[in-house]
Design a protein around this ligand. Structure first.
Ligand code: TLP
Length: 344
């Protein structure tokens, strides 16, 4: 039977009933003045989970990353990041346009920066050179296909960066996917880093919100940049209430999304003309290269859409499939059958 399966992103997840109830009942205050008690609770809980001194709610992952970069850097500074980092490819160049920062793209291995490549990219402090100030990591790495960065890999980059006087920020939009996939607490994956942004509004199913975590001093300064960017909200406990439910109830179940992504990938890779690097299918994202079909990703997706399957192109050759809370086993079966018809 025909159905609609939305694999465009885990951002399409709807808030749960429990989130809606918590939002309706939330105790709130003016977060731009004396503070909002529910936001404070979310921030304390987030700091505790990520093992940092403090945390701050922001409206989006994009703002969380930008605020963090602005807080760490001065205009003209250079920020080392993986070549396909979301902050570089998909945040409208905000770091350069709004922060005056220079992105230095370093190709990684399945999304992970190698410490020796980071070291080589750090500039010697000479006259007229930009100052290498910050290294950004992304975990999981969206473009590489939701790949995880292990704690040793993070620690190795942190060691190089700190030895050379640079700070480290993690775009952890999907850090809990990484934590669940590795069976490692999120706080262990960010040990030693100077700041982290994670998102409540993706696979964790909250309607809005991301959280920036760091030291007390870092967060105090970040609050000024959040206000500058218009990200200081008022009775935002309404949003935070859903975020608390997300952290309490939505983390462990991410394993189901990972299992379904894997199941989809293992079956799709059997079909002629489709290429998937199964080693990259570690969490809830599957990159499918459709160029072997003699078609482009947008053409393939138009066919998929007519079968009720929605997804987004990564580029002209690669389609991205994202599993999430609204995708069940029957949806995976349906997608595989629909793709079989397209391939045929
Ligand atoms: N990613 C979104 C879109 O690209 C908008 C998606 O569907 O995957 N870091 C990473 C690694 C992300 O994947 C995203 C969003 C962000 C930051 C930005 O978060 P938002 O959309 O909350 O600004």
């Amino acid at each position: 039977m025909r159905r609609t399966v939305d694999l465009r992103s885990d951002t399409v997840t709807q808030p749960t009933e429990e989130m809606r109830r918590a939002m309706a009942a939330a105790e709130v205050g003016d977060d731009g003045r004396e503070g909002d008690p529910t936001v404070r609770r979310l921030e304390e809980q987030s700091a505790e989970r990520l093992g940092t001194e403090a945390a701050m709610l922001v409206p989006s992952g994009t703002m969380g990353n930008l605020v963090s970069l602005l807080t760490h850097c001065e205009r003209g500074d250079e920020v080392i990041m993986e070549a396909e980092a979301h902050t570089f490819t998909s945040e409208f160049g905000g770091l350069a346009a709004l922060g005056g920062l220079i992105p230095r793209q370093v190709p990684g291995v399945r999304g992970a920066l190698r410490p020796e490549d980071v070291e080589a990219a750090i500039r010697q402090p000479l006259t007229a050179r930009p100052v290498s100030r910050l290294v950004c990591l992304e975990n999981t790495h969206n473009h590489a296909g939701g790949t995880v960065i292990r704690r040793e890999q993070v620690a190795a980059v942190v060691a190089v960066a700190h030895r050379r006087g640079l700070r480290v920020h993690i775009d952890g939009a999907r850090i809990f996917n990484a934590a669940v996939a590795l069976g490692t607490p999120a706080r262990t994956l960010v040990t030693g880093v100077d700041s982290v942004t994670f998102c409540l509004s993706k696979a964790l199913s909250a309607p809005v919100g991301s959280v920036v975590c760091g030291s007390r001093d870092f967060i105090a300064r970040a609050r000024e940049f959040r206000r500058m960017l218009g990200g200081t909200m008022r009775q935002s406990g309404i949003i935070a209430a859903a975020g608390i439910v997300a952290l309490d109830t939505m983390v462990e179940r991410l394993a189901e999304d990972h299992r379904r992504a894997r199941r989809a990938a293992e079956r799709l890779v059997e079909l002629p003309g489709l290429r998937i690097d199964l080693d990259t299918v570690q969490t809830n994202i599957v990159n499918v290269d459709v160029s072997g079909l003699g078609t482009t990703a947008p053409e393939f997706l138009a066919r998929a859409q007519s079968e009720g399957v929605q997804a987004l192109p990564r580029n002209m050759r690669v389609v991205r499939l994202v599993t999430h809370r609204h995708i069940g086993d029957a949806d995976v079966d349906y997608v595989v059958e629909a793709v079989k018809r397209i391939v045929a």
